[in-house]
Design a protein around this ligand. Structure first.
Ligand SMILES: Cc1cc2nc3c(=O)[nH]c(=O)nc-3n(C[C@H](O)[C@H](O)[C@H](O)COP(=O)(O)O)c2cc1C
Length: 176
C-alpha cells in the first residue's frame, strides 16, 4: 500500500467562524484517499515576531510550528486577504520562519479565499517564492466571494469551487 502523504494546512484567518477553515475541512474530506491533513488554526496564539529570539532562543510554540512545517511532505496555506495584504497573523508566523530554511523546496499549495483577495494572493505568492517554497500555477487558487459559497450550516454549495478544490488536490499531489 502506498503511504499517504502528510499535509500541514495553515489557516490564515483570525475569525472563529472562518470560511477558509471550512474550505480546508472540505478539502480534507475530498482528499481523504490522498492526504493525512493536519489543520493548524492557531496563528492567533503565536507571540509577536522577535528577531532577538528567532535564531537562538525561539519560543516553544514557534519551535512546534517550525517542526510541523519541516516534517510535513507538503504545506497548504489557506487565507483571506486583510486590507489588501495577507493577514498580520500569517505574516508574523512566516517572519518567525525566516531564520530557517524550512520552506526551501517544500511543496506548497496557496489558497486565497476572500471577498476579492487578488492583492493578497499575489503577495502570498511573492513571499513564498522568496522563501523558496515550491509551487506551480495549478497549486495556487484564488476563490473570490468565499462567504457566499457556503450555506448557513457551513456546507460548500458551489460546484465550481468544489471542482477547483479537486484540481488543486491533483496538482498538489503531483508536486509531492
Ligand atoms: C480586518 C479585515 C480586513 C479585510 N480586508 C479585506 C480586503 O482587503 N480584501 C478582501 O477581499 N476582503 C477583506 N476582508 C473580508 C474578508 O475577505 C472576508 O471576511 C473573508 O470571508 C474572511 O475569511 P474568513 O471567513 O476565513 O475569515 C477583510 C476582513 C477583515 C476582518
Amino acid at each position: 500500500m502506498v503511504k499517504k502523504k502528510n499535509i500541514f494546512a495553515i489557516i490564515g484567518s483570525a475569525s472563529s467562524n472562518s470560511s477558509n477553515l471550512k474550505l480546508v475541512e472540505k478539502l480534507a474530506s475530498l482528499a481523504i484517499e490522498e492526504f493525512n491533513l493536519t489543520i493548524y488554526d492557531y496563528l492567533k496564539t503565536l507571540p509577536h515576531f522577535d528577531p532577538e529570539l528567532s535564531a537562538k532562543n525561539p519560543p516553544r510554540k514557534i519551535v512546534e510550528l517550525r517542526k510541523n512545517i519541516e516534517q510535513a511532505d507538503g504545506i497548504i496555506i489557506c487565507t483571506p486577504e486583510y486590507v489588501f495584504s495577507i493577514p498580520g497573523g500569517l505574516k508574523n508566523a512566516i517572519e518567525w520562519c525566516i531564520a530557517t530554511t524550512i520552506f526551501s523546496d517544500k511543496p506548497i499549495g496557496l489558497i486565497t479565499a476572500s471577498a476579492n483577495g487578488q492583492k493578497g494572493h499575489e503577495e502570498l505568492q511573492l513571499i513564498m517564492e522568496t522563501v523558496m517554497a515550491r509551487f506551480t500555477d495549478e497549486t495556487c487558487l484564488l476563490i473570490q466571494g468565499v462567504k457566499g459559497k457556503f450555506d448557513e450550516q457551513g456546507n460548500l454549495t458551489d460546484n465550481e469551487t468544489e471542482t477547483k478544490l479537486i484540481n488543486f488536490i491533483k496538482a498538489l499531489m503531483k508536486l509531492l
